[in-house]
Design a protein around this ligand. Structure first.
Ligand SMILES: [Mg+2]
Length: 296
C-alpha cells in the first residue's frame, strides 16, 4: 500500500531533484517537504471519494482524519446539473459529512469568476437546468426579443434548450462585444441513451462563428483551480489537488501551481497513466493514503 507508482516500483516525480524512484517508498526528506507544504486540499469527488455515490474503501475514515487535523477542504466537480447543496447531500449520505459551501462546481467557479471580474454585469445564460441557487447575485438577462444589451454570454450545460434561436442570440451578443464565458468545454458525455453532444460542441461553434475566445471555468481550466485555492484562503503552492483523472485533475492542477496527487481508484488505468503528458507529484493507492501526506 501507500506511495507506489502504478507499476509498483515506488514514488514517481516528487520533484525534479528527487530523481527516478527506487524501491518502495517516499524519500524521507521529500516527504517532509510535502508534509510541511500542503495546508489545504482540493478533492475531486467521483472516483476519489465515491463511485456512483457509494464510498470508496477507506475514504470516510480518511476524511474523518483530515477533519480532525483541521485541514481546509474543497470538493471539485465539473457537473452543471446539480447544485452544490445536492452534491453535498450525496457525499454526506456516503458517510463523509460536507457543507454545501465546501463544494466547488463548474457553475460555482463561473459565479466566482463573474463576481470577481464582471461585478454587476448583465449576463445572458444558456444552461439546461436551474442553477439560480449557485448563481445568486448574478444579474441574468431575460431570453427574448427584448434581451437588450448584455455584458457577458455564459454557456452552461447543454440540453434541449440549446436551440438555433437561443444559440443565435448568444452569437448576436458576442458580435456586439459581450464577454464570452463557458462553464466547461467537454464535447460529449455518456448518458443512458448513449453519447450526447455537450457544451463544448456549441462553445466551439460560437467561437468559430464569432471569432471570440471564451474564458472556460470548469476543470481543466487554470481558473477552476484558482477559484478553489482562493476559496480555501491559501496560495496554490500550499494546496494539493487529489484526483483520479491524471490529465484533467492532476496535471491540470499542477499547471495551476498546485501539488498533483493521483489516486489509483475510479477511472485510473495504468495505460492512461503511461500515455499521460506528464507526471503527478504523488501517486497513492487511494484516498485512504492522503492523510499521511498531511501528517495524519
Ligand atoms: Mg474523478
Amino acid at each position: 500500500m501507500g506511495f507506489l507508482s502504478p507499476d509498483g516500483s515506488g514514488m514517481r516525480g516528487w520533484s525534479p531533484s528527487s530523481g527516478p524512484a527506487s524501491g518502495g517508498g517516499l524519500p524521507k526528506e521529500t516527504r517532509a517537504n510535502v508534509v510541511g507544504a500542503i495546508e489545504g486540499l482540493l478533492i475531486d469527488i467521483d472516483g476519489v471519494l465515491t463511485v456512483s455515490w457509494e464510498p470508496i474503501d477507506g475514504a470516510p475514515e480518511a476524511m474523518a482524519t483530515l477533519r480532525e487535523l483541521g485541514i481546509p477542504l474543497r470538493f471539485a466537480t465539473n457537473t452543471t446539473t446539480r447544485t452544490r447543496a445536492e452534491v453535498a447531500s450525496l457525499i454526506t449520505s456516503a458517510g463523509m459529512p460536507v457543507e454545501p459551501g465546501e463544494i466547488l462546481t463548474a457553475p460555482v467557479a463561473t459565479a466566482v469568476h463573474l463576481r470577481r471580474h464582471h461585478p454587476g454585469a448583465r449576463c445572458f445564460l444558456l444552461n439546461s437546468g436551474d442553477l439560480s441557487e449557485d448563481l445568486e447575485g448574478i444579474e441574468l438577462a431575460e431570453h427574448g426579443p427584448e434581451d437588450g444589451p448584455v455584458d457577458v454570454v455564459v454557456i452552461g450545460g447543454a440540453g434541449l434548450n440549446f436551440t438555433h434561436e437561443q444559440l443565435n442570440r448568444a452569437f448576436g451578443h458576442l458580435l456586439e462585444g459581450a464577454e464570452f464565458v463557458a462553464m466547461h468545454r467537454n464535447l460529449y458525455w455518456r448518458t443512458s441513451r448513449g453519447m450526447e453532444l455537450d457544451t463544448g460542441a456549441y462553445v466551439r461553434a460560437l467561437e468559430e462563428s464569432s471569432g471570440r475566445t471564451p474564458v472556460v471555468l470548469g476543470k481543466p481550466a487554470v481558473e477552476f483551480f484558482a477559484a478553489g485555492v482562493a476559496d480555501l484562503g491559501l496560495s496554490a503552492e500550499q494546496v494539493a489537488m487529489v484526483g483520479d483523472d491524471i490529465e484533467n485533475d492532476v496535471l491540470a492542477g499542477q499547471r495551476a501551481g498546485l501539488y498533483g496527487v493521483l489516486v489509483r481508484t475510479g477511472k485510473f488505468l495504468p495505460e492512461v497513466y503511461d500515455a499521460a503528458t506528464g507526471e503527478p507529484d504523488v501517486v497513492v493507492d487511494s484516498f485512504a493514503d492522503v492523510p499521511t501526506l498531511l501528517g495524519g
